[in-house]
Design a protein around this ligand. Structure first.
Ligand SMILES: [Zn+2]
Length: 421
C-alpha cells in the first residue's frame, strides 16, 4: 500500500481540522487563542491530545520539559523512532493552525496506520512540542531544543512578565526543573523528524499550489545600525553644512531593499524599526538607528548580502561625513532539509498526482532545533493570503486532505525502505 483511499483521507483530514477548532477553545485569552508554555491551558491541551493519541492506539507520555508524546509501537525489536510533530503552543491572538495542524496530522497518520494495521519497521512517534513560539520566557523552541539536548539550564532563571521564573513555572506545572535535561534523545535511536506546517507566507498561493517540499530553513542575522552625525538647528544650518543622520539612514534603508531585491537565491532583508534622535521637528537628527533583519537559505549567501550592506553603509557614512556603529543582535545558521527526505516527499506527492514545488522556509520551526540529532523533512501547506500569527490564519480543507495523503504515502515508502532510510 502506498496511497490512501480518498474518502478515508478526507474523513481523517476533517477530523484533524475539527480538532484544531477544539484546541482553539483551550485558551488563556478571552475572545482569541493564546496558549503559552507551562500554563494551565498547556496542561489541558496535552491531556486532550493525549486522550486522542490513546484513542488512536498509541502509548502516551509527557516528557520532562512538557512535550506531549504518542507512540505507535513497532513489532520490530530493533525499531528506531520516526518522529512526526510540530508545536501546540501559540502566540497571543493566534490562528488555529500554526503548529497545531502539524501535530494533529501526525496523529491522524498514526490513527490510519493503526486502523489499517500497517506493520511498520519503526516506532511511529508523534510529538506536540510545548514551546516553539517563546512568548512566555523570551526564548524560543524550548521543547524541541530540549529534545536535541540543547536545553540551557540558565533559562530556568528567566522570569515571565509576572516575574515567575521558568524554574517556578515548571514546579507549578508538576515538572522537576532538575530533570528537564532528561528530555534529550539519543540520536542513534532516531530515524528522522518530519513536520507538516502551514507555509505562513504567500509563495504557494502565488503559484497556485497546495503543497511544497521545504529545502531549508533560512539562516537569519539581525543588527542595529546607527549613523551618527551632528544635531543642529533646522533653521540656521545650511543644507551643505549638515551631518544629517536621518537622511543618511533613509539612503541606507533604500540600498538595503535594492541589494536584497537583486540577490539571486531568495535572500530577504527588512528594516522594521527606525529611531531618530533627538526626535524633534525643528532639529536635524544627530543619531539615527535602523534595525536590519536579513535571511537566506544558505549561510554564504547571507554573508555576501550582509557584507554588501555593510560596505554600502560605510560608503554612505563616508560620503555624508557620518560615523557608523554596527551592533549584532541575533545570528542563526541556515538548516538544510535532508535531501533523501525531500526526494521521499516528492515521490509521495507524485504518487498522489500532486506537484511538489520546492521552497525554503523564511520562518523558524521546530525542525531546525531537531536537526542536530536527526535528518529533518518538512512539508508546507498553502496559507491563504499568506496570513499567520493572526485570527484570520486559514487553510483550504482540500489542501489538508492532500497533505495527509502525501504524508501517509511518505510513511508507506519509508516503511518499505526499512530502517536505513
Ligand atoms: Zn509554527
Amino acid at each position: 500500500m502506498t496511497t490512501l483511499d480518498s474518502t478515508l483521507a478526507k474523513t481523517h483530514a476533517s477530523r484533524a481540522l475539527l480538532r484544531c477548532k477544539t484546541l482553539s477553545a483551550i485558551s488563556q485569552m478571552q475572545g482569541g487563542i493564546h496558549r503559552e508554555y507551562l500554563s494551565k491551558e498547556h496542561k489541558e491541551c496535552n491531556e486532550t491530545v493525549s486522550q486522542w493519541m490513546s484513542d488512536a492506539g498509541m502509548q502516551t507520555w509527557q516528557d520532562e520539559v512538557g512535550n506531549q508524546w504518542g507512540r505507535l509501537r513497532s513489532s520490530n525489536s530493533k525499531a528506531k523512532r520516526l518522529i512526526i510533530g510540530s508545536h501546540l503552543d501559540t502566540v497571543p491572538n493566534a490562528g488555529a493552525y500554526d503548529g497545531i495542524l502539524g501535530v494533529l496530522l501526525g496523529l491522524e497518520i498514526a490513527a490510519l496506520a493503526h486502523h489499517l494495521k500497517l506493520d511498520l519497521p519503526f516506532h511511529l512517534d508523534v510529538v506536540g512540542f510545548c514551546d516553539e513560539e517563546g512568548t512566555r520566557f523570551a526564548t524560543t523552541l524550548i521543547g524541541s531544543k530540549a529534545l536535541a539536548n540543547n536545553f540551557d539550564p540558565a533559562w530556568l532563571n528567566i522570569p515571565d512578565s509576572q516575574e515567575i521564573t521558568m524554574h517556578q513555572a515548571l514546579l507549578d506545572f508538576g515538572l522537576d526543573p532538575s530533570d528537564v535535561a532528561n528530555a534529550g534523545l539519543n540520536p542513534s535511536d532516531i530515524l528522522a523528524y518530519w513536520e507538516t506546517h502551514i507555509e505562513q507566507g504567500p509563495v504557494l498561493e502565488s503559484i497556485d499550489q497546495a503543497l511544497g517540499v521545504v529545502t531549508a530553513i533560512a539562516g537569519a542575522k539581525r543588527a542595529m545600525i546607527t549613523l551618527i552625525g551632528q544635531s543642529g538647528h533646522a533653521g540656521t544650518t545650511p543644507m551643505n553644512l549638515r551631518q544629517d543622520s536621518l537622511t543618511g539612514s533613509a539612503e541606507l534603508v533604500l540600498e538595503i531593499e535594492k541589494l536584497a531585491s537583486k540577490a539571486e537565491n531568495g535572500e530577504v532583508a527588512t528594516v522594521g524599526q527606525i529611531f531618530a534622535r533627538p526626535g524633534a521637528t525643528n532639529v536635524i537628527a544627530g543619531k539615527t538607528t535602523v534595525s536590519l533583519d536579513a535571511r537566506a537559505q544558505h549561510d554564504d549567501d547571507l554573508d555576501n548580502l550582509i557584507n554588501e550592506i555593510r560596505s554600502r553603509a560605510e560608503l554612505i557614512a563616508q560620503k555624508r561625513n557620518l560615523s557608523l556603529d554596527w551592533q549584532w543582535t541575533h545570528a542563526a545558521q541556515a538548516v538544510q532539509c535532508d535531501s533523501d527526505i525531500q526526494a521521499l516527499f516528492t515521490e509521495a506527492c507524485r504518487l498522489n498526482n500532486e506537484s511538489s514545488p520546492s521552497l525554503a522556509s523564511g520562518a523558524g520551526h521546530d525542525a531546525m532545533a531537531t536537526a542536530p540529532i536527526c535528518p529533518i523533512g518538512m512539508l508546507f501547506i498553502r496559507s491563504p493570503g499568506g496570513i499567520s500569527h493572526h485570527p484570520a490564519e486559514a487553510v483550504i480543507d482540500d489542501d489538508v486532505t492532500k497533505s495527509l495523503s502525501v504524508m501517509f504515502s511518505a510513511l508507506c515508502l519509508q516503511a518499505k525502505n526499512g530502517l536505513n532510510g
